[in-house]
Design a protein around this ligand. Structure first.
Ligand code: TXA
Ligand code: MG
Length: 315
């Protein structure tokens, strides 16, 4: 069973001890909780994949304390990477850069490495106290709903030895993943940091290719079609009231945004909606709901990350 501890000096000391012994610790970030391990310990990284039941082709994000530590992961720290880091770190932007040849690959990443500096005091305390770069995927079973509280982590991954409890994550949705290895930055995963901010910083951004006929173009290896999924079957619909419910497994719940009636009513503001989405899905699962009718959010760019997660939850 996991032990949940306060992120005070004693909690951090225990966490560092576990990380130095090549095991794993769950910790809060401003986006979602991460399952952290020493990024260059083969044994520790293997433990992440085992606990999450994560397919080995899906590489991990490395978390570091500052830009200097990020630069050590690559021999090609471009002006663009530097600008983006200066502007958005600490924060919910993950940069994919070329991995330094002398470093081992982390998980399945080939010649690149994904890196970010998280904007959460506990995450930063842990990075500094351990002195280690921490590989950390979201702290949930593969394909499940990401955790935004320590309680979510324990329910999804009861075998994690230690969880640092930092309360509820403020963004509640994963970081934006941007590939900056080429001339034009490429969006690999929409996330907390919006496109408008990114375009402001670097002009044109290449968006993920649309899905191919036979399945999915996988811009980011982890963007498999079904992901972020509750146990219940989620169905996206324009208006949850119009859905023919015969043939749907019961109990049926509805997830809507402000202005409509539903089991879970989330904000009509995309940032607030994103912050509550995973918690709402966790609540519906805990309530034993079998079908969730989800009101489709607007087709605007502000809703890109939320729409991405909902379409994967419903796949
Ligand atoms: O907000 C977040 O990013 C959270 C917190 C804990 O930092 N982490 C997170 O990790 O969401 P994870 O493993 O659930 O998602 C990482 C995503 C996956 O889609 C993965 O395929 C992609 O980043 N990724 C990791 N390394 C990559 C690389 N070298 N090239 C391309 N994509 C990469
Ligand atoms: Mg994840």
């Amino acid at each position: 069973m996991s032990v949940v501890v306060a992120p005070d000096a004693e909690g951090l000391r225990r966490a560092v001890e576990i990380l130095r012994a090549d095991s794993v610790v769950a910790f809060p970030t401003e986006t979602v909780y991460g399952l952290g391990a020493h990024a260059f310990s083969e044994r520790a990284v293997a433990e992440i994949y085992r606990l999450k039941n994560r397919p080995t082709w899906n590489p991990l994000i490395v978390h570091v304390a500052d830009v200097a530590a990020a630069r050590e992961l690559t021999d090609e720290w471009s002006g663009r990477a530097d600008e983006l880091a200066a502007r958005f770190w600490p924060g919910p932007l993950t940069l994919v850069v070329r991995r330094a040849a002398r470093l081992p690959g982390i998980g399945a990443a080939n010649d690149t490495v994904a890196v970010r500096v998280p904007a959460h005091p506990v995450a930063l305390d842990l990075l500094r106290a351990s002195g280690l770069p921490l590989a950390a995927p979201s702290a949930n079973r593969s394909e499940g709903i990401s955790p935004t509280t320590a309680g979510h982590v324990v329910r999804s991954l009861p075998d994690v030895p230690l969880v640092l409890d930092g309360g509820t994550c403020s963004w509640g949705i994963e970081s934006t993943v941007l590939d900056v290895t080429g001339d034009v930055p490429r969006l690999l995963r929409p996330g907390a940091l919006g496109l408008r901010m990114l375009r402001d910083a670097c002009g044109t951004i290449a968006l993920p290719e649309s899905e191919t006929a036979d399945g999915v173009a996988r811009p980011s290896p982890g963007m498999s079609r079904r992901h972020y999924a509750p146990r219940a079957r989620a169905i996206l619909c324009k208006d949850v009231r119009d859905v023919d419910r015969s043939g749907l497994a019961e109990p049926i719940a509805t997830l809507v945004y402000e202005g409509s009636d539903g089991t879970e009513v989330l904000s009509a503001d995309p940032r607030e909606y994103a912050a509550d989405l995973y918690a709402a899905l966790h609540r519906l699962d805990d309530a034993g709901v079998a079908t969730i009718l989800v009101q489709e959010p607007p087709q605007t760019e502000d809703w890109l990350a939320v729409r991405d997660r909902l379409s994967r939850a419903a796949a």
